[in-house]
Design a protein around this ligand. Sequence first.
Ligand code: HAM
Length: 404
Amino acid sequence: MIRSLRGMNDILEEEQYRRFNHFHNVACHVAMRYGFHYIETPLLEETALFKRSVGESSDIVGKEMYQFTDKGGNDICLRPEGTAGVVRAFIQHKYDKKGGIHRFFYHGPMFRYERPQKGRLREFHQFGVESFGLASVYEDASLIMMVSDIFNALGIGYTLQLNSLGCHECMPPYREKLIAFIEQHADTICGDCQRRKATNPIRVLDCKNSACQAIYAHAPKLMDHLCTSCNTDFTTLTLLLDKEHIAYTIDTHLVRGLDYYSKTAFEFISNDIGAQSAIAGGGRYDRLIEFLDGKPTPAVGFAIGVERLLELIKLPQQEREGYYFGAMDHEALPLLLQLGQRKRRSEKTIIEYSAKSLKAHLKNADRVYARYCVVIGANELKENTLWVKDLVNKKEQHIPVDSF
Ligand code: HAM
């Protein structure tokens, strides 16, 4: 038997689909309320796009890309995340030259060749937003409020972790201090950290190795080395969140797994889903547009991982909806199809194509969650009527076919 690839799932169960659909309805609705417009970018992009944005030193680009050469000899890959493609589209369609504020949201599959486990897939779905043209930390705060609105509407609890990754002024001197600290401990840190020291030293701070963590607990903190502008922005951000009663913890080791961030970085964590607990992540990336040859434009965004949320979503009570049509007599089937077909044009309508007892039809109508069970038996056929039961208020009546 041919099976789906490891870490790639089918969305098949109705309950699962209802959760997916409910999430998208809520998230898209909230995004539109915040003034964001839908954008769709291709699943395949040039590999160079991700190398230059997500960064060659990141695990995503270094180890996890679905990268291949197409029939035309182009080096391409399946998108591991959504930001790079949206930024590429923003520059390609000259939105950077137009100036002004542009806000986009997107959703769709992303691909990372990671070791699959609960909450970690090779094909997974993100809902994300990207906001261009605003350097104000008020936009960072608004985006965090937006994630909070989405999670609240879905009945999902979270903890929020915040950090500032500084800017091109305060990050380089801090990086030097951090490298000096790492060098003092070069003999005891793990191999991955040795490598990170050379490629992207700040990433050592989120090493999962417990011996490394014990060492980095004493490392200099970027929070203590922020320039005045980054410091003021970070303080403002916390005050804005306080006013909205959005609780957060400051995690000075939150560096994110993608290289494009500066200033605000944040992650939403769920305590109810096991080890893969990050349910959303984002931050500011003011330098990325110019790194990709666009006109310098401040930007900030986030993405939510849909699969990790599914089991946490509190679905609203399912409402009974539409019609179930059944016949008790084989001869009634053509009329049944004709009437059901008419109904389908305006209402959800399930038609049973084989004759069954009234009891069996009522059972079916209940199973498919129909509001009305419509049945044609020998009597109804003779009298040109339909037997209709409202499965909510349990009322039964005969309705003439002509007035149905
Ligand atoms: P990210 O933190 O890499 O950020 O991913 C965002 C979310 O996607 C994670 O918090 C997690 O819920 C989900 N996720 C990531 N990898 C997997 C996986 N293998 N299986 C299941 N879920 C996963 C980004 O992708 C950035 N583009 C976010 C962003 C937008 N930053 C600025 N704008």
